[in-house]
Design a protein around this ligand. Structure first.
Ligand code: ZN
Length: 381
């Protein structure tokens, strides 16, 4: 009797809460930024088994609802739909049912689950080699592109080794220890305005990097090593003035530089702010950032088509916001959404794969399997 009463109270408060949440959070949104997608068949050869290049694209916080909201806003079209092979990734971290971006990216970068907040170190704090570091050892060119600070959890987990994602200055200093070819993002202050008074941009220049502090400077470089730090902290959101082609242009530049290496390349591209739209429960923010990420996806898939030797993987570290879609219209692009959380959720996220070796990404697996599959396909050890 007592138990029934307790469960009824829990149920009633749950329903009341859910109703309140829904009323508070139901948003009807529509976006003006529409674009065309060419769905014509890809031209890469199915006979190649191993790719020369791998491009890993991470939409931070990009679950299926985020994808479909963006697809609806763009009237039923995304470049993402060009991918023929789709899998599901289970995202929990070593110490939590719900991962953060540090543990999530470490799973992709190192193939091991770690504690939330850890940057490419194991649960005991020991550094683990990353895909990017292994690729360098095998002679591949490497790069990181992001719309947040380059020292933020997702890009950091491919190059730095620190017990906490908040150690931005230590993470920035780790960029000096790994001979990465190119990185594009924000976060100048963690390189220049430091407690230890080092100016890491000077040290990077001494190591042969060309330093770009604006998009114009970045676009002027056509070869060689590049460190592009294009904001003091994060690159602004699309809503706050980031150029709609920012990520697409950065992606294009990264590919232009890295593809000059005959041994191939590994490139990670992050659409960072889909996650922040989720945390803010702001549907417009999510949709604008997801569409922006999808325009970069289009750029990457076109490169894979043109070269025929590239594998592209597009996934997320986790879902953010517990987003659901309660209604919408594919003709007008209107979407009705509701959120169940201001944080990340545990729901598995889709993995889209395209190009050489893409068939290996069908199935339901741990996020760490993405590392293992890439490692195997690139023949890295
Ligand atoms: Zn987040």
């Amino acid at each position: 009797m007592k138990n029934t009463l307790v469960s009824s109270i829990i149920l009633i408060s749950f329903v009341l809460n859910a109703c309140r949440n829904q009323e508070a959070k139901l948003q009807k949104v529509q976006t003006n930024s529409q674009y065309e997608v060419n769905h014509s068949a890809s031209t890469f050869s199915d006979s190649l088994k191993y790719p020369l290049n791998v491009i890993l694209m991470i939409g931070d916080g990009m679950g299926l609802a985020q994808i479909y909201a963006a697809m609806t806003a763009n009237k039923g079209n995304l470049h993402l739909q060009r991918c023929k092979y789709i899998g599901l990734s289970k995202t929990n971290s070593a110490d939590d049912y719900i991962t953060d971006s540090a543990a999530g990216a470490t799973a992709f970068a190192c193939g091991k689950k770690t504690k939330n907040g850890a940057i490419a170190v194991d649960t005991a704090g020991k550094p683990m080699p990353t895909l990017l570091e292994m690729a360098i050892k095998e002679g591949l060119a490497t790069g990181l592109v992001t719309t947040c600070a380059i020292t933020h959890a997702t890009p950091a987990s491919f190059i730095a080794h620190q017990p906490s994602r908040d150690m931005y200055e230590e993470i920035a200093a780790d960029f000096l220890k790994v001979p990465i070819d190119l990185f594009i993002g924000g976060g100048i202050k963690h390189f220049k305005n430091r407690k230890d008074k080092r100016d890491l941009t000077v040290e990077l220049a001494q190591k042969g990097y060309q330093i770009a502090l604006s998009e114009q400077e970045l676009q002027a470089f056509n070869t060689g090593k590049i460190a592009a730090l294009l904001a003091d902290e994060h690159i602004p959101s699309i809503g706050k003035g980031r150029n709609q082609n920012w990520l697409q242009n950065a992606t294009k530049k990264a590919i232009q530089i890295l593809s000059q290496n005959p041994e191939g390349f590994f490139l990670m591209i992050e659409g960072s702010q889909i996650d922040w739209g989720g945390h803010a429960n702001d549907a417009n923010y999510i949709i604008e950032e997801t569409l922006d990420f999808d325009r970069a996806i289009g750029e990457v898939l076109n490169f894979a088509d043109k070269t025929g030797n590239t594998l592209v993987i597009i996934t997320a570290d986790h879902e953010t916001g517990g987003l659901t879609l309660n209604g919408g219209d594919l003709k007008t692009g209107e979407v009705h959404v509701a959120f169940t959380s201001h944080d990340h959720t545990a729901i598995p996220v889709p993995v889209f794969a395209y190009g050489v070796g893409a068939e290996n990404f069908a199935g339901f697996y741990e996020n760490t399997a993405i590392f293992t599959k890439i490692l195997e396909l690139l023949g890295l050890e």
